[in-house]
Design a binder for this molecule. Structure first.
Ligand SMILES: *[C@@H]1O[C@H](CO)[C@@H](O)[C@H](O)[C@H]1NC(C)=O
Length: 212
């Protein structure tokens, strides 16, 4: 009897772990009606067609002519309405030689990153107080995982371009780019706050804010 109740609680625990990210489905599909990335009403199933589950374009290189030298091309629910409620999405990552994908986090998803081309340094930082930096140089065919919510980055350390595919266990993983969020928020954070937080003087903070 004691063993049975132990097994039942183990089962309940494993079920609650299964539902830890996007909720599970009550129907075969729920093609998004709106372009909103979050939850949406379902398109009438009778009107759903193959193209609702289809996206074309990840063969096209992203334009990396920008200050960081990288471009992410997302295929989230807003680009592919059939992804709605399925808890999964994908993106293409292009990084020019010595470009970076700056430190960022996905608040709602773990990311699994597969290198198709090039040589790329990747890393993520664990939570306080350890703040351990896990770092690795990847080659074509290598796969690396960034656990949900943790700050991570990529840098092209080869001579050619980097092309990678990043998959996420959310239809809408979200992105918070650390520098942009901290120094470029609309309604800036008071420079006194950032000066103390980063142990810098206010002029340096003003300069950083002007860069974002
Ligand atoms: C890439 O982006 C840059 C900067 O926005 C722009 O000048 C250039 O025309 C773009 N290149 C292509 C091929 O779209």
């Amino acid at each position: 009897m004691a063993n049975l109740s132990f097994l039942m609680s183990l089962l309940a625990l494993s079920l609650s772990l299964v539902f830890a990210v996007d909720p599970s489905n009550l129907q075969d599909f729920c093609v998004a009606n709106s372009i909103d990335q979050g939850s949406s009403t379902c398109k009438d199933p009778k009107l759903v067609e193959a193209n609702d589950f289809y996206y074309s374009g990840l063969h096209i290189s992203g334009n990396t002519s920008n200050s960081v030298g990288s471009k992410v091309t997302p295929v989230f629910a807003s680009q592919l309405p059939g992804l709605n409620t399925l808890g999964i999405s994908v993106a293409r990552v292009d990084i020019a030689a010595w470009g970076i994908n700056p430190p960022h986090t996905h608040p709602r998803a773990t990311e699994i990153f597969t290198v198709l081309e090039g040589t790329v340094e990747v890393g993520f930082i664990s939570s306080n107080p350890e703040n351990r930096h896990f770092r690795k140089v990847l080659q074509k065919g290598d796969v690396f995982v960034f656990p949900i919510g943790l700050i991570h980055y990529q840098r092209n350390v080869g001579y050619g371009k980097v092309v990678a595919i990043a998959a996420h266990n959310s239809q809408n993983p979200g992105v918070i780019t650390i520098g942009n969020a901290i120094f470029g928020s609309t309604h800036q954070i008071a420079n006194e706050v950032l000066a103390r937080a980063f142990q810098l003087d206010r002029n340096t903070i003003n300069y950083l804010q002007s860069k974002f």
